[in-house]
Design a binder for this molecule. Structure first.
Ligand SMILES: Nc1ncnc2c1ncn2[C@@H]1O[C@H](COP(=O)(O)OP(=O)(O)OP(=O)(O)O)[C@@H](O)[C@H]1O
Ligand SMILES: [Mg+2]
Length: 73
């Protein structure tokens, strides 16, 4: 992952939290082609032992889903 050390570090921390038994909800936003899917693929590759639900969308739908997941945590 070129030029994404900071983002990868955040994802590594998030994964460590989940492995400690905490739920986490990640909202990854950015312009088309900026590398969102590449970052998610990085996370999924590291996290084969962890259950991940992925959803793609824009605006209100994703905010609604994220808030439901947080409420459920
Ligand atoms: N850190 C990176 N270094 C080099 N190439 C990258 C990096 N991140 C993404 N790419 C490349 O850039 C292109 C676009 O990346 P990606 O598909 O992840 O973007 P996206 O934000 O998911 O796009 P979209 O909004 O269309 O879904 C891909 O060819 C991908 O391999
Ligand atoms: Mg994408």
């Amino acid at each position: 992952m070129r030029g994404r050390a900071e983002e990868c570090g955040l994802l590594d921390g998030l994964l460590a939290d989940v492995r400690r038994g905490e739920g986490r909800c990640l909202v990854l936003r950015g312009e088309a082609g900026i590398g969102k899917t590449a970052l998610l693929d990085y996370l999924v590759e590291l996290a084969s032992d962890v259950r991940i639900a992925r959803a793609v969308g824009d605006g209100a739908g994703v905010r609604q889903l994220a808030s439901a997941l947080r409420a459920d945590a």
